[in-house]
Write a protein that binds this ligand. Sequence first.
Ligand SMILES: [Zn+2]
Length: 257
Amino acid sequence: MTRVLIIADMEGVIGIERKEACDPRLPEYEAGAQLLAAEINVVAAAARQAGAMSVSVIDWHAGGGNLKQEMLNVGVEIVPEDFSPGYDVVLLTGFHAMAGTTDAFISHTMSQRVTLEMNGEQAGELALLSRWAGDEGVPVAIATGDRAATVESKRFLPGTPTLTVKDTLSWERAQALPPKQAYEQIHRAVVRAVSDRDGWRIYQSRTPVHFRIKLNPESATATKIPWLSRDADGWLVGQVDSTKDVIDLIDVLTALA
Ligand SMILES: [Zn+2]
């Protein structure tokens, strides 16, 4: 009886080709949010077809609030950023590449102000979320998004299948597969990924997690956090026990902006 958790971002959602569609302050966003919900409904239906008993979704983009329960099909539940309810497998959908990736649609790491390194390697949201899930003992079955995101996934989630739904034209523009074709592809890919338990992979943090975070612009307040130091290049440096702590720290640092 599989309990599926979708962690849904927006930049890599089927049909979204313009940065403006991901910005809640802009008129194009409404259509973007509908595309986000439509994709989750397709993914959830596929998960059900593959035997999922329940389908929950973390609305990850921009801290959540993009989805309303009535936009989702019956039985698809919006849940908080928390693994405590207990999930068997995670699906990472709608993702983008990390900050600094060239030839990528809206590449960033949680915030457009942040560049992140973990254990000496530049990392982004796919690394953060897969390790957070892994530290909770939950495997990942699939990652979807733009081409740069799926290339990044191959590096950080090497055993996990991916689906590319768009190519990059520029940082602000993408060329997406036609939705009908892309929905058929994602449906097939998710049915296969959720059915294939042998293909689920757990990705745990290498602990302690040594991190370096570059904030642009820098924050004088952030440098006052006692257990963070600032290196010669202006990066905030420290170590924590889990990748979730890095996620929480980035949330705090960006809130200081
Ligand atoms: Zn996002």
